[in-house]
Structure formats: C-alpha cells, structure tokens
Design a protein around this ligand. Structure first.
Ligand code: C2E
Ligand code: MG
Ligand code: MG
Ligand code: MG
Length: 288
C-alpha cells in the first residue's frame, strides 16, 4: 500500500513537472515570436536625487504585452528566458531599444540624465562584452555617458580578468556601472574594490522595513557608509514612503527610486511629467 502511495506521489510530481516544463517551453517559444511581433517594450522609472529632488536618470524595465495573457512583468518571463536560451536575444533587444530611446530623447532636447539597463550574466560574461556595447552605441548613436549598466553581485563574482578589463574599458569612455540588488548576493568587498562600479543599489528587501526593523536599518546604514568609504554613489530601490526617504536622506544615501516618486512609466508619460526640455525642439527637415 505504501508502495502504491509512493508511486502515486511520484506520478503526481512527474505530472506537475511535465506541466511546468510544458508551460516553460510554450512560453519560450512565444518569446521568439514576441521579439518578431514587437510585443516587448520598455517602461522607465525615474531615479531622483534625495537632496535636490532632481531627476538623475531612469531605469529601463522590460514588459511583455502577451497576446493572451496581457501585460507581463519580467518576473513572469526573464527566468524562463534564462533557462531556455532566450535571454540573449531579449537582452540584445532591450539594450538596442534603450540606446535608440536615449538618442531620440537627446535629439528632442529632453534631459534624462542616464538610462540604466539591467544586464544578464550572459551579456557580461560574453567574450565580446565590451565590443557589443560599443557596437550598440555606434549603431544607435547613443553616447557612453548616457548609459548605466546594472548587474547583480552574482554576475560580479563570476567576473574574470577579461570581464574586469572590459568593464574598465567601458568605464574609461564614460559608461557607468551599478551593482543591482546589493546585499542579497555574496559579493566580497574585494570584488567591489576591483570592479570599479560607480554605484550600489540597495535592494528593496532592506528598504521595505527600514523604519521599524533595526537590523534592516543597520544594514542600510552600513551599506551607505560602505559606499561612501569606497567613493561610490548609493541609490535605494523600492522607496514607497516619506519615512523611508527621510531615513535614507538622514543617513546620506544619494538617490532613490520607488513608487513614492514614480512607478515605471510609459515613455510618453515620463516625457510629459519628468523630462525637462533643454532647448526648443529643433524641427528636423525630414520631409514631414
Ligand atoms: P530590478 O532591476 O531590481 O528592478 C526594480 C524592480 O522593482 C522593478 O520590477 C520595479 O518595477 C520594482 N519597483 C520599483 N519601485 C518599487 C517600489 O517602490 N515598490 C515595489 N514593490 N517595487 C518597486 P520589475 O519591473 O518587475 O522588474 C523585476 C526585475 O526584473 C528587475 O529587478 C530586474 O532584475 C529584472 N529585469 C527588468 N527588466 C529587465 C531587462 O530588460 N533585462 C533583464 N535581464 N532583467 C530585467
Ligand atoms: Mg535593476
Ligand atoms: Mg534592483
Ligand atoms: Mg531588486
């Protein structure tokens, strides 16, 4: 009897596995057509200076307008894409779209600071990492100083000498680097020192309860102090309340990003509500 039950459980799990696998394979194949049919697009979330309140940059966050399932956030498909060999084409699309957008904003005289883009491990670990970034900049006409590349500590600790050299090379022409979700991975201070990041992004997980959880508060304070000691900028993500912002400001965090300021926005909304105009829009003679 026990044996039977065991088999039943086994069959149940096997079935659940198959179902999940089927879903994943389906999603991955839909991602191929998503790229072809231009179902992916980007939202941009403002990053704000805590002292002046000025916009310092925006983070590009990918979205998928799925034909049946509606609006999907990256949580619903990025990991699947990673597991099923789709992350490279998606990442390439995102990077290209971000760079085209940066150039378009600049040409319209819209001031956006920098656009931050999330990189996956495959992009950073690629032998041609720097070349690929340079090629996209070249192709799209975006400038290195308009780009901030974000990657996580997991990517950071995998970085070999060649990756480090690529990062330095890109840094030297003005591309900036931010360590995303800082505090959730396993990076040692040595990595931070060697890797010439410009910015650490304190993970939302620590920001969430920062005003009433003393250990989270200590972690956030220590991270800000670490950033200051290493000459890095600090930005806190997931800021939703004035109290959180006040805490961060009081402890010297430089920037914030979160629903208190703005959700990730459609580019048109960002332009209307957040981007200031540098010069009157030059009307390009384009035959219109
Ligand atoms: P992330 O890079 O840490 O991005 C921040 C996430 O926090 C975003 O979720 C954003 O919408 C959310 N967020 C921002 N402010 C708040 C807040 O005040 N409260 C709360 N509760 N959430 C807030 P999103 O857009 O769902 O993205 C999730 C993750 O997916 C990102 O985390 C990033 O790791 C990944 N991702 C997004 N776009 C891309 C992409 O183009 N390529 C790759 N490889 N990964 C991406
Ligand atoms: Mg990010
Ligand atoms: Mg983050
Ligand atoms: Mg995060």
């Amino acid at each position: 009897k026990a044996k039977e039950a065991g088999r039943g459980t086994h069959a149940f799990f096997a079935e659940a596995m198959t179902e999940q696998l089927r879903h994943e394979i389906q999603l991955a194949s839909e991602l191929v057509s998503a790229l072809e049919r231009e179902e992916l697009w980007l939202h941009y979330q403002p990053q704000v200076d805590l002292r002046s309140g000025a916009l310092v940059g925006v983070e590009a966050l990918v979205r998928w307008r799925h034909p049946e399932r509606g609006l999907l956030h990256p949580g619903a498909f990025i990991e699947v894409a990673e597991r099923r060999g789709m992350i490279r084409p998606i990442s390439a699309w995102v990077l290209e779209a971000v760079c085209r957008q940066a150039r378009a904003w600049r040409e319209r005289g819209l001031v956006f600071g920098r656009v931050a883009v999330n990189l996956c491990a495959e992009q950073v670990g690629d032998d041609a990492f720097a070349e690929q970034i340079l090629a996209v900049l070249e192709r799209t006409g975006a400038r290195p100083e308009e780009l901030e590349l974000e990657f996580t500590e997991t990517v950071l600790i995998q970085a070999d000498a060649r990756t480090q050299a690529d990062i330095i090379r890109l840094s030297e022409i003005g591309v900036r680097f931010a360590i995303d979700d800082f505090g959730t991975g396993f990076s040692s201070l040595q990595y931070l020192r060697n890797l010439r990041a410009d910015k650490i992004k304190i993970d939302r997980e620590f920001v969430k309860d920062v005003t009433h959880n003393t250990s989270d508060a200590e972690i956030v304070k220590a991270t800000i102090a670490l950033g200051a000691a290493l000459g890095l900028e600090t930005i806190a993500e997931g800021v939703e309340t004035e109290a959180q912002a006040a805490f961060l400001r009081g402890h010297g965090c430089h920037q914030v990003q979160g629903f208190l300021y703005a959700r990730p926005l459609e580019p048109e909304v960002l332009e209307r509500d957040w981007l200031s105009r540098l010069v009157p829009t030059p009307r390009v003679a384009d035959g219109v």
